[in-house]
Design a protein around this ligand. Structure first.
Ligand SMILES: [Zn+2]
Length: 91
């Protein structure tokens, strides 16, 4: 039962590893209802990235990037590879 939730802050690439940052809202605990942002690769216990920010800290991170942070759309995520479909059917 996921609520469509407007993302308050722009999503920028992880400053540590360049992967996409994802945002969630905490559902339990003392921070219930608070939005946070973390690296898609967040997994510091297994050698992954440790980028994880509550909204306030993430806003500060954005501010540190300056007013012209690149929109995600311009970033090559490498997820849209073209061609190479092994459908070599001959008629
Ligand atoms: Zn990262």
């Amino acid at each position: 039962n996921q609520v469509a939730d407007p993302v308050a802050l722009p999503i920028v690439p992880c400053p540590d590893c360049g992967r996409r940052v994802v945002t969630f809202v905490a559902r339990t605990g003392q921070f219930e209802g608070e939005r946070f942002y973390k690296c898609r690769n967040h997994n510091p216990k297994k050698g992954g990235c440790d980028f994880y920010r509550w909204e306030e800290a993430y806003a500060e991170h954005l501010a540190s990037l300056g007013p012209t942070a690149p929109p995600l759309a311009q970033i090559n995520l490498g997820e849209n590879e073209v061609g190479g479909g092994g459908q070599g059917g001959q008629l």
